[in-house]
Design a protein around this ligand. Structure first.
Ligand code: FAD
Length: 475
């Protein structure tokens, strides 16, 4: 191993091969569920260095965990505890290589922080719509690695749909340049789509060509109290009719989720409507004008009130108020963490079946674990719920997690399957859900996934044990 470390120091510079000191930023996952031990954290500066590092590791049979901002929620970006894996951090590769206004694309390196890309696009007069609460620290490489979703999927799609091309270092250390920026290219298997969402198990994304959009003339946000989830779904239907493509966000939040924000962040000064069971956050992006967007929004909310879908609502007066409303939504995961350890589920269900799913699964969990607290919120417009389970109020959260996690997961995931849903809507599989995937994914799909993994990474050196488990072939 010493020879490999010496070689890595030659390849990327001694300052960028970290072996001593506090490496917790790279070794511990964001939720602090798992702490691994890396042989080294290696921080290459460019694609050629990434390729050289991969080749050196392949020769010595050392496995690689690619890492961006380490904000993933499924324990996929940190090393195991053997001290034999390297963490390959893309953080130094953070250049915007090109901005092509006529093609409506930008080509960026994998380590670019998402928020800096939104800002770079805006500076050039465009919108880069990918948006999620971790945008201040997650990277575009990690977003593509996990096929991240976020709050704008309803209108613009997830990371996969925003991506036109990739540059990838393969498990053999070769560089594939697929940064075409083409919107049409039917020349065989879509390699880009193989790597997007593969969570670092097939190769390392070093750069990407991403879609840009015109900046909207106005963006308005509203907060509405709704009497039930059925009414929230009805409001979504009305919003589609009234706003069309202008509907760029539709988030739902349960009363308990919002009460946690009120409890842990009492300084939030927005109408939480804590006396109603659900609230909805809507966003209307308009290409015409703010007056037009406001009139559209007001007509929608009037109709929704007439039909009983909405009991009360406010439309943000200005950008600062809109940010405050979004901030409340984005504070839910943080407030939940303040409340204590919890069992997270990032699931998707056909929108029409969500109310029935929540009613029956809430009842099932209450019957099995009296007093259990359910933190429900998410991207209702995409059929994506964060269906999280917190210990009873007087319970011991770590003990609850230890004793009930497997049981709770089985109840929730069985229900998800019965409703035709997915056990991972946007966070991915990592190592946290690898066993669940083996249980719930069809054997045919799993076999196809294993064939792809074995073909692209025959030594099983790319983030092994994540997404799909295979043995190294013949090594
Ligand atoms: P990391 O955590 O570093 O890595 C994630 C995975 O991608 C790992 O498997 C890693 O090996 C792989 N990877 C990283 N970089 C590369 C690369 N260059 N090439 C190949 N593989 C790579 N996700 C959503 O989808 N929607 C949300 O709304 C959302 N909200 C969040 C809110 C908070 C507060 C937090 C902490 C997380 C949230 N997430 C959300 C999780 C989300 O997956 C990550 O924030 C983000 O997409 C991961 O980016 P990252 O750079 O931190 O990746």
């Amino acid at each position: 191993m010493q020879a490999l470390l010496d070689n890595l120091r030659l390849l990327v510079g001694a300052n960028h091969v970290l072996t001593d000191g506090d490496l917790s930023a790279w070794e511990q996952d964001w939720r602090k569920r798992s702490r691994g031990k890396a042989l080294a954290v290696v921080r290459p500066a460019n694609t050629q260095e990434v390729a050289a590092v991969v080749k050196a590791c392949a020769v010595t049979g050392v496995s690689i965990v690619p890492q961006g901002g380490n904000t993933g929620l499924v324990v996929g970006a940190t090393p195991d505890d053997t001290g034999t894996q390297i963490v390959l951090s893309l953080q130094r590769m953070n250049t915007v290589r090109a901005m092509d206004g006529a093609n409506l694309t930008m080509t960026v390196e994998a380590g670019c922080i998402l928020q800096s890309l939104q800002e770079a696009a805006e500076k050039a007069g465009f919108l880069f719509p990918l948006s999620l609460a971790a945008e201040g620290s997650c990277t575009i490489g990690g977003n593509l690695g996990t096929n991240a979703g976020g709050t704008q999927v309803l209108r613009y799609g997830n990371a996969r749909e925003l991506c036109l091309g990739l540059e990838v270092v393969t498990a053999h250390g070769e560089i594939w340049n697929g940064l075409s920026g083409l919107r049409k290219d039917n020349t065989g298997y879509d390699l880009r789509d193989l790597f997007v969402g593969s969570e670092g198990t097939l190769g390392i994304i070093t750069a990407a060509t991403m879609k840009l959009y015109p900046l909207p003339a106005a963006q308005l946000t509203a907060w509405a109290a709704v009497p039930s989830l059925e009414h929230a779904v009805a409001l979504l239907g009305l919003a589609h009719q009234h706003l069309g493509a202008g509907l760029t966000g539709f988030e739902v939040m349960g009363q308990f989720a919002l009460s946690l924000v009120a409890k842990h962040y009492p300084q939030q000064r927005v109408p939480l409507y804590l006396d109603t069971p659900w609230c909805v956050l809507l966003e209307n992006s308009d290409s015409e004008s703010e007056t037009h967007a406001r009139a559209q929004f007001e007509r929608l909310l009037e109709t929704a009130m007439e039909q009983g879908c909405v009991t009360d609502a406010v439309v943000a007066e200005n950008l600062a108020q809109a940010h405050q409303l979004w901030h409340v939504r984005e504070s839910i995961p943080l407030a939940q963490a303040e409340e204590g350890l919890n069992i997270k589920h990032d699931i998707s269900i056909p929108v029409s079946r969500i109310p029935e799913f929540v009613r029956s699964t809430d009842a099932l969990l209450q019957a099995n674990i009296p007093g259990v607290r359910l933190v429900n919120f998410g991207h209702l417009g995409d059929g994506n719920l964060h269906y999280n389970v917190q210990a009873p109020a007087d319970g011991d959260a770590p003990a609850f997690l230890r004793e009930q996690e497997a049981h709770v997961n089985n109840l929730v995931f069985d229900a998800v399957q019965a409703f035709g849903g997915s056990i991972s809507a946007e966070h991915g599989v990592g190592s946290l859900k690898v066993g669940h995937l083996e249980h719930y994914k069809s054997p045919v799909a799993l076999a196809l996934m294993r064939s792809i993994k074995e073909a692209l990474d025959p030594q099983n050196l790319m983030n092994p044990g994540r997404v799909v488990r295979v043995a190294a072939a013949g090594f």
